[in-house]
Design a protein around this ligand. Sequence first.
Ligand code: NI
Length: 403
Amino acid sequence: MHNDAIFQEIRKISGELHERVKAHRRYFHSHPELSMEEVDTSRKIADILEGLGYENVRIGTAGRPTGVVADLNSEKPGRCIALRADMDALPIKEDTGLSFASENEGVMHACGHDAHIAILLGVAELIMRTRDSFPWKVRLIFQPSEESGTFPGAKAMVGEDVLNGVDAITGLHVWMDVPSGKIGYRKGPLMASADKWEVRLQGKGGHGALPHMAIDPTLAAGHLITMMQSIVSRETDPLESIVVSVGKMEAGSAFNIIPDSVYLLGTTRTFNPELRKELPGRMKRIVESVSNAMRCEAEFDYHNNLPPTVNDADFTEQASAAAKKMFGDNKVIEIEPTMAAEDFSFYLEQIPGSFFFLGIGDESKGITAPHHHPKFQVDEDVLSDGVALIAGVAANYLAGEKA
Ligand code: NI
């Protein structure tokens, strides 16, 4: 089938699937599960895929019955594209008042991963309905634990060879900052790295009136926090982006006591994988120098949590051109990167691909609450666009081989 013909077919079928995708989204919205607890979610997804005719549907990641992988035509020659949706919810008490609000008290799909599941299930059905007329070769990845930060499901799945036999990958995130009805793409870095660091400064506690008898770790912490910003302002090319933030400080017990120690916990962000590699060393140097100058002992730990999400330039060029053909130039827009993070980055470290933002923000519908907010909502009118986008990008990649 010619490209334009399959695009037309995809638009038509995605429209027909809209109500079912919406129903699926509402089901998963009512039944949210936390990271690495997506057991019922996984079972339900596997049931739907098996019902559609997918064979060898596998459940399980990192020794847990969460995460679902299914293939179509894996035995056929030619390249294979992976299509990925994340599926975990957040520890948030929902406050939307929706008729299909969370039935799992204190847990909420407040990032839109319910929509991601439903969209990919829609793609799975579209693929089955066109399998006789188009040479699909796909791997569907329903990934657990995107939200946990410290246990990225993508990293676990990559470690379990989920990308074996796969040549490229695509996926999307519904995105409040992109207007509803628009599809956002970007070549190169789209989202930042998200790492975690910890510092413990050990001084010597004492009476608040007698600082000379003590070693004050709070003053050392003050200098340290200030000095750390010099990594951003004095050590980094101003055209590059780095964020160093302190998220937690712990010290002391009373107004007249100099505490024994200070604990700092924070995050660093950047789009640049090379700069990211340098951050632990730069921070360590400052921690050691400041603590030394202030007579404190320092412990420093740096945790590499998530790499930056860097879209492959060629893949994105071709995928965005295909999206423009399907949706028109006005609907498909180049977007600015965001300092938020996403564990899709682990796939893109291994193989080329692109991650898209599907706009859902619409003031006229009252859909404005940010991601991870108790009032977060998804504009369901765009769900079939999401199906068409993922299916179209995949078809374009698979057909491109012969071109
Ligand atoms: Ni998310």
